[in-house]
Design a protein around this ligand. Structure first.
Ligand code: ZN
Length: 118
């Protein structure tokens, strides 16, 4: 692999490809999980598609559209790059209430809730 002066990387044709990432049918806990590949969600079924360690999960739509999986991955990657770019514009531009103000507001809310139940 080479890195050009713009920071882009290109694989040399003679360079060996990285190992394939094999997704299998795996058991899960019946909750919805975000799809790593397209950004969608899994269904609540007991079996989903993913890596053994569940670090990569694929939703049923990705399974249905396996022939175009690289396009789906690229669209998601482009969306994430846009999100990252938008997020960086917030650097130095964000003001937040203090953590203590948040805690106090929650305590006041809880106190009102308790008062309302009496
Ligand atoms: Zn998906």
């Amino acid at each position: 692999m080479t890195v050009d002066h713009f920071g882009s990387t290109t694989a040399k044709p003679t360079e060996e490809k990285t190992a394939m990432t094999e997704l299998k049918l795996v058991e899960k806990d019946g909750r919805r999980w975000p799809c790593t590949l397209c950004g969608g969600e899994t269904d609540r079924e007991a079996i989903t598609c993913g890596t053994d360690d569940r670090s990569i999960i694929a939703c049923p739509d990705c399974l249905k559209n396996a022939a175009t999986i690289d396009d789906r991955i690229e669209r998601r990657a482009a969306r994430l790059e846009g999100i990252a770019s938008d997020l960086r514009t917030l650097k130095g531009q964000v003001t937040l209430p203090t953590f203590e103000a948040w805690q106090n507001a929650n305590k006041a809310f809880d106190a009102c809730e308790q008062e309302g139940r009496r």
